[in-house]
Design a protein. Structure first.
Length: 70
């Protein structure tokens, strides 16, 4: 598993706060991070099983991801 840094943690928290499948723009606004950075980080988070994409281009935090931020 990749290391989860400050940016990744902010993305996971933003997804949990949004509480619905969300795109990079909405996640970025919630987390205060540029959407391009969010897009790049989501690839690694998805690969590590911390987020999933139930709808193309929209993401939610998984139970595993929630476990890292609680």
């Amino acid at each position: 598993m990749s290391e989860v840094g400050e940016t990744e943690t902010a993305i996971l928290k933003a997804l949990q706060e949004l509480d619905k499948p969300s795109g990079c723009g909405d996640i970025g606004k919630q987390a205060g991070i540029n959407w391009r950075i969010v897009m790049g980080k989501l690839r690694g988070l998805k690969k590590d099983g911390l987020v999933e994409s139930p709808i193309k281009g929209k993401y939610v935090v998984t139970e595993r991801g929630k476990g890292l931020i609680e």
